[in-house]
Design a protein around this ligand. Structure first.
Ligand code: B12
Ligand code: SF4
Length: 445
């Protein structure tokens, strides 16, 4: 951790200085040294900076890609945290507060555990910032900060201030252009924090505002960090249609149900969709039923995945391992499934009951949580007692699956030479193969 943190900025005639921090432990999750490059830029910082820009001078630090300077001068510090970031967020907050700098904390984890977070922050922001910001900013300027601000309504997402992406370090992200067109999800899967936090409604930004933001982006490639870019097909249709002339190349998350709407899929392809991150989650229907993932039908997987391939789209499949109907055979079956369906890339996650979800409440009630060390709630560590294996067997099986999938042998079986985007598939797979040892070491630490 940086030393001499922080110096309180002396009274200045300029706007007060707000420092925003996206925390990550010094030792990153996958290695001993801090990374210098990350995949997706954290949109939280540019959005908060956009809200604050009128009244504050804003500086942002993303610990995913940089060490904090030894000395930071600030009038206020704002720290964001999801669960695996919580301890580092508290450590930093404590250091700033010891020097008399007021700390404001927000994000999913402090919102789900306000009592825990309150011990480390002067002010907590519960829920999304947009509705709270005018009152919060006025109190910051007047020196009358309250201990807690709670969003009691949801923003309609109209006329959001522009995200200030220029506060992030240049060249540090594969996807510097992160954008969000919608919030919330119409579904309510047991293990997911999204609906608990953002609501079971699917709110969308006006298409014209999204298009204006996209058009102003310097690079052609971007990521929509929406939880389901096709959550409202009519809106998605309008958005993709308007995107076609921009000639962007984009990736996002979407549900597998998109395969059932060929017209929308064609429009997505025409608007530049190249990779779709799909929550396949499990190849066992009993697991899907238990976790409330009603939209996934195992018997339809093969046809749906073929539909994406036929349009030249890469699928990054997301799989959870260690669910209650999983056993030691599941790892091999999941690998077979990925190879048979020629999945371009996969993110494997150890099932992790995230705080704030029904899965967490259930595991806690059943006495199956092994610990509440939030730093390990990152889907790469086992934090609960699995049903049909030991925690060690789950970790071993998970790493076996990861290593087997990211091998030349598996890549050869999954590659489709007719795919126009074949080179991207090769690049992603080779990149992950190269980082295999570091990944394994991080998961075992
Ligand atoms: C994109 C994304 C990623 C990307 C990029 C992350 C990044 N660099 O930001 C990648 C792929 C790397 C990633 C990784 C992970 N992610 Co992720 N990710 C997301 C996703 C889809 C969008 C994040 C986002 O940009 N949101 C938009 C911003 C603006 O929202 P926000 O940060 O919450 O901020 C708003 C408010 O919360 C509030 N606020 C937040 N902080 C602060 C601070 C202050 C001072 C104030 C005033 C207000 C405030 O105001 C903001 C504006 O309203 C979310 C789902 C979601 N809808 O949020 C999951 C999500 C955050 N991820 C999650 C998880 C579990 C992970 C992983 C552990 C595993 C995984 N699934 O990949 C890792 C952990 C990474 C780590 N740091 O340790 C969970 C977190 C659950 C929890 N309880 O903590 C989520 C909610 C997904 C889910 N389905 O449950 N993720
Ligand atoms: S997992 Fe996906 S579909 Fe299910 S509630 Fe979360 S965002 Fe919605």
């Amino acid at each position: 951790m940086a030393t001499n943190l922080p110096l309180k900025e002396s009274a200045s005639p300029m706007k007060p200085h707000l420092v925003l921090i996206h925390p990550a432990p010094n030792k990153n999750r996958f290695g001993k040294k801090r990374r210098r490059k990350s995949s997706i830029a954290p949109l939280t910082l540019p959005l908060l900076a956009g809200l604050a820009a009128a009244d504050f001078r804003v500086t942002a630090f993303d610990e995913d890609i940089e060490d904090l300077p030894d000395q930071i001068s600030a009038d206020f510090v704002g720290i964001t945290a999801i669960t695996p970031q919580a301890y580092r967020a508290y450590e930093l907050a404590d250091a700033f507060r010891r020097r008399g700098v007021p700390v404001i904390m927000g994000g999913l984890h402090p919102s789900f555990f306000p009592e825990e977070a309150a011990a480390h922050a002067d002010t907590l922001v519960i829920g999304e910032a947009e509705t709270i910001w005018p009152e919060l900013a006025a109190d910051m300027l007047a020196g009358t900060l309250k201990p807690r601000y709670e969003a009691t309504s949801r923003h309609d997402l109209k006329e959001l201030p522009p995200a200030k992406r220029d506060i992030l370090k240049k060249g540090a992200y594969s996807f510097p252009n992160a954008i969000m067109a919608s919030r919330g999800c119409p579904f309510n899967c047991d293990y997911c924090s999204v609906t608990q936090y953002w609501g079971r409604t699917y709110r969308v930004r006006p298409v014209a505002e999204v298009i204006a933001e996209l058009a102003a982006m310097p690079e052609d490639h971007l990521v929509f960090v929406d939880d389901n870019i096709c959550g409202n097909p009519a809106y998605a249709r309008e958005l993709f249609h308007a995107m076609v002339p921009l000639k962007k190349n984009w990736i996002s998350q979407g549900s597998i149900t998109l395969a059932k709407d060929p017209e929308l899929l064609d429009l997505a392809a025409a608007s530049g969709l190249s990779w779709l991150f799909i929550g396949i989650e499990s190849i066992n229907p009993h697991n899907l039923r238990d976790m409330g993932k009603k939209i996934n039908k195992v018997e339809e997987y093969a046809a749906s995945l073929r539909t994406f391939r036929d349009r030249g789209m890469n699928v990054l499949g997301s799989f959870m391992l260690g669910l209650d109907h999983d056993d030691k055979e599941t790892f091999r079956h999941t690998l077979d499934f990925c190879e048979e369906n020629r999945i371009s890339g996969a993110n494997f996650y150890i099932y992790t009951p995230m705080p704030g979800t029904r899965s967490f409440a259930k595991m806690e009630a059943e006495g199956r949580l092994l610990h509440k060390n939030w730093a390990k709630y990152d889907a790469n560590h086992v934090v609960f007692q699995p049903h049909n294996m030991t925690p060690e067997e789950l970790l071993d099986g998970f790493l076996w699956l990861y290593n087997s999938f990211y091998s030349l042998n598996s890549l050869r079986k999954r590659m489709d030479m007719s795919q126009p985007s074949m080179l991207q598939t090769v690049a992603l797979n080779i990149g992950r193969m190269v980082r295999r040892q570091t990944f394994v070491a991080g998961c075992r630490s």
